[in-house]
Every structure is written in structure tokens, then in C-alpha cells.
Design a protein around this ligand. Structure first.
Ligand SMILES: Nc1ncnc2c1ncn2[C@@H]1O[C@H](COP(=O)(O)OP(=O)(O)OP(=O)(O)O)[C@@H](O)[C@H]1O
Ligand SMILES: [Mg+2]
Length: 341
């Protein structure tokens, strides 16, 4: 789905739930709309230049390729016309129209409370709303027409009935998959964080893979490392690893090799997950973190795996990146801080 009038309606809804100034960027990095332009009152009154005029400064501070499409959080310093300096944190998240950039003043950051963290999570969900409406409208339309068709046949024969029922089943499954993932993601607040060996989260994810018999034909190379401690929520991080392992298994069509390596990166720990699958094309690389982007057949992927995983990792003060290496297959790097960020 590309930016259209429907996106502009969604922008209003997203601006309304985000308590900070925000800019919507297109796939080309151009500013589509700012919260200032739709008259959302800012928490603190901003002197000129306008949010749109400041976009260049914010985009220049971003990292990645292309920077305006790489989910991240960076701190910047900006000089006001008065000569005074303001410290700002810019938060960038992917959306199906491109990206949303949120600008938080450092003074607000210092007082970041549980409610703010919840608001940020809700904002991330807000970005997904456009996609959710779009994604569930197809299976709902198909459900509606199958039901009407079955109704119109006085006594549908077994073949028609069977076809109708399996179509209903796959539409319902698609809607359930989306709603389950979003419900899990929308749980905020009650997730305790502590320091633990990252192996614990990796092992939890591998156990799920084993229970589902997804590792039977996969050669697993995992070098455990009890000294690789990270700070965070075990359950959420094991969900991140599970998404990466599932993607690897699916890319390899169930058989191949999966390697999990931990690397000591000083204050942080990197976990590198590599597979021997077909790798990732440039076209997919550009869009894979976008909510609802999937190359999998209907019913096999919601396209939320990487979007949710990268959101969880960013909330932990870490990063989730694709490793660009000449080796065949795909490789992902999850970097997590050892201590409370
Ligand atoms: N290891 C990988 N190898 C090749 N392509 C991958 C790999 N991991 C992800 N991708 C590509 O990125 C896309 C998005 O992945 P993501 O996990 O977000 O969604 P999904 O796997 O399609 O659906 P879901 O995770 O909701 O079941 C995939 O459809 C696939 O094209
Ligand atoms: Mg996935």
C-alpha cells in the first residue's frame, strides 16, 4: 500500500496519539506532513523555524542506508535563532508510506516515565494501524462474499461447501494471526527487565523451534557463551530470536544450516544469526522492516515479524540489522546493551 488519501487520515490519528512533534516521511525521504501543519498543539511552544524547515537537520543526523528508512534513535544538538542550544532525541520508525520521525526534547527525556514508554509503544502500534485496516479488509471481504455465496445456494453440494469452508478458514486464520501478534505486542508495562545470559533467550526460542519440529532437518551451529550478559526482558528477546530463527527456517525451506554466534562488543553483546538460504534481494532489503511487508504466500506470513522484533530491540536500547556480507544466505545482527541503558 502506498501513500494516498487514506494515509493522510492515518497521519491525523497517529499525530493525535503521539505526545511529541512528528514528521511523516515518504519512501524518498521527502516530508509529507508534520504534526505542526495539522494544528496538533505541541507540549512546548516551538519558536521558528518550523518542523518542516528543521527536517533537513534531523535527516542529516540519521544513520543507515537510506537513513530515512532505517529504524533508529539518535541524539542531536540544534542551535536556536537566539544562539541557545537544544538537545533532541530523534526516533525513526518504518511505516508502509515510508517513515515517521518523532522529535523529543532532552528535557522531556530525563523525566521519561512508564507512561511515556507506553505512549511510544502505542505510537508504534499507531503506525501499524493503517496496515492493519488494509490487511484485514481483504480476508473480511472474502469472508463476506463466501458467506453470501453459500447462503444463495439452497443446498450447496459437498464440493462447493468444502471450498467455501476452507476459504473461510484461511481468511479467519489470517485475521487471527494479525490480531494475536498485535495483542502480544501491545502488552506494555508489566515486563520486568534484568541482566541475564543472552543464551537463555536463544535457548527458549530454540526449544519452541524443536517442539514445532522445525529444526529436524537443520544443522544447528550454536556456540554458547555464558559470559554474554544482556539487560532486558527474557520473554521479549526470545520472541525476537524466534522470529529470526523462523525466518531462517522458512528461507531454507526447512533444511540447511543455521548458525548462532555471540560477539563481545564491549558495552554490548552482538548475536549473529546466519542461514544458508537464498539470501535477500536488494528490493526485499529495502522493505523488510516495514510492517506487513512479506514475500510469503497468504496464510504463511503476516509481515510483522521483523517490524515487531526491531521495535522490541530498539526499546531495549539495541539495534537489529541485516549484515551485508558476500557469503551466501542471510545474516542478522542483534546488538544489545550489557547494562541498563
Ligand atoms: N533469513 C531470511 N532469508 C531471506 N529472506 C528473509 C529472511 N528473513 C526475512 N526475510 C524476508 O523479509 C520478509 C519480512 O520478514 P518478516 O519476518 O517481517 O515477515 P514474514 O516472515 O514474511 O511474516 P511473519 O514473520 O509475520 O510470519 C520475509 O517475507 C522475507 O522475504
Ligand atoms: Mg517472519
Amino acid at each position: 500500500m502506498r501513500a494516498n488519501h487514506a494515509s493522510f487520515d492515518v497521519f491525523d490519528a497517529v499525530f493525535a496519539v503521539i505526545p511529541w512533534p512528528a514528521l511523516m516521511l515518504g519512501h524518498d525521504g521527502a516530508v509529507m506532513l508534520t504534526s505542526e501543519e495539522v494544528g496538533v498543539p505541541a507540549a512546548r511552544p516551538e519558536p521558528p523555524p518550523s518542523l518542516r524547515e528543521r527536517a533537513g537537520h534531523y535527516i542529516a543526523a540519521l544513520r543507515g542506508e537510506p537513513p530515512w528508512l532505517t529504524p533508529q534513535e539518535v541524539d542531536t544538538t540544534r542551535a536556536l535563532p537566539s544562539g541557545e542550544e537544544v538537545q533532541e532525541r530523534i526516533i525513526l520508525r518504518r511505516t508502509d508510506w515510508g517513515a515517521c520521525l518523532i522529535v523529543m526534547a532532552q528535557t522531556e527525556l530525563r523525566q521519561l516515565t512508564g507512561a511515556d514508554i507506553q505512549a511510544a509503544r502505542l505510537a508504534a502500534l499507531g503506525f501499524m494501524v493503517a496496515g492493519v485496516c488494509h490487511e484485514i479488509s481483504n480476508p473480511l471481504t472474502s469472508l463476506h462474499s463466501v458467506v453470501q455465496l453459500l447462503r444463495s445456494e439452497k443446498r450447496p453440494d459437498d464440493r462447493v461447501l468444502e471450498k467455501g469452508l476452507s476459504s473461510i478458514e484461511s481468511s479467519v486464520k489470517k485475521i487471527l494471526d494479525i490480531s494475536r501478534r498485535l495483542v502480544m505486542f501491545s502488552r506494555v508495562g508489566e515486563e520486568p527487565r534484568s541482566q541475564f545470559a543472552v543464551d537463555v533467550a536463544i535457548d527458549e526460542a530454540l526449544q519452541v523451534m524443536r517442539q514445532e519440529k522445525l529444526l529436524d532437518r537443520i544443522e544447528l551451529q550454536w556456540s554458547t557463551d555464558a559470559s554474554a550478559l544482556v539487560f532486558g526482558n527474557t520473554g521479549q528477546l526470545s520472541e525476537v530470536f524466534l522470529n529470526l530463527f523462523l525466518n531462517a527456517a522458512q528461507a531454507m525451506d526447512g533444511s540447511g544450516s543455521l548458525s548462532i554466534r555471540t560477539v563481545d562488543a564491549g558495552n554490548s553483546v552482538q548475536v549473529i544469526v546466519s542461514d544458508s538460504g537464498p539470501g535477500i534481494s536488494e528490493a526485499v532489503l529495502a522493505r523488510m522492516f516495514e510492517p506487513f511487508f512479506t514475500t510469503k504466500p497468504t496464510g504463511q506470513g503476516t509481515g510483522l515479524g521483523l517490524a515487531i522484533s526491531s521495535e522490541i530491540v530498539l526499546e531495549h536500547g539495541g539495534t537489529l540489522k541485516v549484515e551485508r556480507s558476500p557469503a551466501p544466505g542471510a545474516s542478522f545482527c542483534v546488538e544489545l546493551p550489557r547494562e541498563r541503558p
